[in-house]
Design a binder for this molecule. Structure first.
Ligand code: HEC
Length: 123
């Protein structure tokens, strides 16, 4: 009886270790994937992002980014804010405010592109 119990405990422990190793491996795979050099965004994706900016972001920041529920994001307003800072706000949102996180929709590279778009810096 005790033996059976011990076997069960060992089995459960083994499954636990296996799960930890598995999730570690997938985390490493994720990290590796995000380290790959980013290909330039296609014209189609850029058009999608511009549309998203107008429709989704515009619902709070205004269709012309001149402000609404969210602050204005006009080039002059964000000029002195670093691209990385704006991109991080886009990806992670601002907890405690109405600004939601968008990382489910954009890669980090796309968030940087959006930050540059706001600054008027995209070709
Ligand atoms: C539900 C409303 C809402 C939506 C939708 C929204 N935002 Fe925001 N956003 C806010 C609010 C509110 C703030 C100000 C947060 C604060 O008080 O710091 C903000 C702040 C920001 C800032 C920081 C501005 C600064 O001057 O520091 C950026 C950049 C930004 N939003 C970009 C975006 C982008 C890009 C999208 C679309 C992908 C988006 N937002 C969608 C509400 C929204």
């Amino acid at each position: 009886m005790l033996n059976l119990l011990l076997t069960a405990v060992k089995l459960i422990a083994a499954i636990g270790v296996g799960l930890v190793i598995l999730s570690g491996a997938s985390l490493m795979a994720l990290a590796a994937a995000s380290e790959q050099p980013a290909a330039p965004l296609s014209d189609q994706r850029q058009a999608e992002l511009r549309n998203f900016l107008e429709q989704d972001c515009g619902s709070c920041h205004g269709l012309r980014m001149a402000g609404g529920l969210g602050p204005p994001l006009l080039p002059a307003v964000v000029a002195n804010k670093p691209e990385q800072f704006l991109a991080a706000t886009i990806q992670y949102g601002r907890p405690g405010t109405a600004m939601p996180p968008w990382s489910a929709f954009f890669s980090d590279e796309e968030a940087l592109w959006l930050a540059r778009e706001l600054k008027g810096g995209n070709p």
